[in-house]
Write a protein of this length. Structure first.
Length: 455
């Protein structure tokens, strides 16, 4: 009779206890987030953002050689919308030519001045040489006249004959000097004409070059393709009203969309982990469901400081495998660079890890209906999770947040780590004790005997 009463009571007590435990467990689960310790392949990665760009592209250039005319910047008046598909020879942009036209007008006036100088020099030399020739003819007549006088003075007194001979010599010498001067003036006139002709040709050539450049201010597509704006010195795409430098007068590009790159920047802390050939998983912000494969093809050797950033970064280039019609230049990408993969390990989210005094790492582990502050030994870490080398087992569950009332609980230490910490602490204390005591406290010993103090 007693057994019949006791058995139902025991069953009822067990049921009530199970219900209470189940209810407590459900209430705890409802207030705290508990996750199982994961086991499997652990991926060490670095996630960065980047911009798509074509590996190969054709640059659409503005007018070249403007620096020869002391023009160093150009403004864009109008430009076709970015992403427009254009045909070869189709209009792309128009550049402001007001400064250039002013230079052209000045050069036109300079050309007219050079032409006037050429004509003036030509007339001056013609007149000078004509006068020299007339003088030369007159002197030649004078020589002939002196010869006639000498001939007529044959029957005159010797003095008269001598005077006629002297006059003839003077006229011949004057004629010879005039003849030599004429040749010198001819060479001098030729040199003057060559000088003004060279200046005229130079000015004419510059003027012709400027005339040819007039058409270059209207930019046309060299090949068919999609127009992509180039970026200015501030990293922003150019637009109507922007200025381009004549040192690099690129207005836009026509990218080859068959091979695309993602240009990204790696923090200086992580750059040593990045190597060429590493696998990359590429995502697109515009198409979140799209996943692409790629690989690192280049890592810069020199760092740089990006705008609005205090840390140094290194440029890395990721080449995307295959082609996709959805890819467009300047799209924002997320690049997950795979550094390493470790199989068959335990790992937990980083949010589950807590630190004490920056030396002890622990988690809150679920033990039945209670929680335990359990020390853990960490392995490799990625951007979201960390490998657990000791302290947890497969099947354990850990809290994602701090359970209520557990802040001041003692930590269940790992024996192997605790012993290692004790040994390290003991060494530090010994070193500190030796430093504070100094060599005199322990005595200077030689040959096993204490050395007596010096007087």
């Amino acid at each position: 009779m007693k057994k019949r009463i006791i058995v139902p009571l025991v069953v009822l007590a067990i049921a009530i206890a199970g219900f209470v435990i189940f209810k407590i467990d459900r209430e705890a689960d409802s207030s705290d987030i508990i996750l199982p310790v994961s086991k499997g392949r652990f991926i060490i990665d670095i996630v960065t953002t980047g911009d798509l760009q074509a590996k190969n592209s054709i640059e659409i250039m503005g007018p070249a050689r403007l620096r020869d005319f002391r023009i160093y910047n150009l403004s864009i008046q109008n430009i076709v919308d970015e992403g427009t598909e254009v045909r070869k020879g189709q209009w792309i942009a128009s550049l402001d030519m007001s400064e250039f036209k002013s230079k052209l007008q000045d050069e036109e006036l300079n050309l007219e001045k050079r032409q006037s100088q050429f004509i003036q020099t030509q007339l001056d030399t013609t007149l000078t040489l004509r006068q020299a020739r007339d003088e030369l003819i007159n002197l030649k007549f004078a020589v002939e006249e002196m010869e006639i006088k000498l001939e007529q003075s044959r029957f005159e007194p010797p003095a008269t004959i001598k005077q006629a001979e002297i006059d003839l010599d003077k006229s011949k010498r004057a004629y010879q000097q005039a003849r030599e001067n004429y040749f010198i003036k001819t060479d001098q006139s030729k040199a003057k004409m060559q000088e003004v002709a060279a200046e005229l040709r130079k000015t004419q050539r510059e003027y012709n070059s400027m005339q040819e450049l007039l058409s270059a201010f209207t930019i046309q597509a060299p090949e068919p393709g999609m127009v992509i704006y180039t970026k200015g010195w501030d990293g922003k795409p150019i637009k109507a009203g922007s200025q381009i430098s004549t040192w690099n007068p690129v207005v836009a590009t026509l990218p080859d969309l068959t091979t695309m790159l993602s240009k990204t920047y790696i923090n200086e802390v992580d750059v040593r982990k990045i190597k060429e050939g590493q696998r990359v998983e590429v995502g697109l912000d515009a198409f979140p469901e799209k996943r692409l494969a790629g690989s690192v093809i280049r890592v810069a050797n020199v760092g740089e400081q990006r705008p609005n950033s205090d840390s140094k970064v290194f440029e890395a280039t990721v080449e995307i495998e295959g082609t996709d019609p959805l890819l467009r230049p300047a799209m924002t990408t997320s690049n997950r660079i795979i550094i390493d993969e470790i199989d068959n390990v335990l790992f937990v989210p980083l949010e589950c890890l807590h630190n004490k005094d920056d030396t002890i790492t622990f988690v809150y582990r679920r033990a039945g209906i209670n929680a335990v502050k359990q020390e853990v030994q960490l392995g490799a870490v990625n951007s979201n999770e960390a490998i657990i080398l000791a302290g947890l087992s497969e099947g354990d569950r850990v809290y994602l947040s701090v359970p209520r009332g557990m802040e001041n609980k003692e930590i269940a230490m790992l024996p192997e780590l605790d012993g290692k910490r004790d040994r390290n602490k003991q060494r530090e204390e010994e070193v500190e004790r030796k430093d504070t005591q100094g060599p005199s406290a322990s005595g200077e010993r030689r040959g096993g005997r204490e050395r007596p103090p010096r007087n």
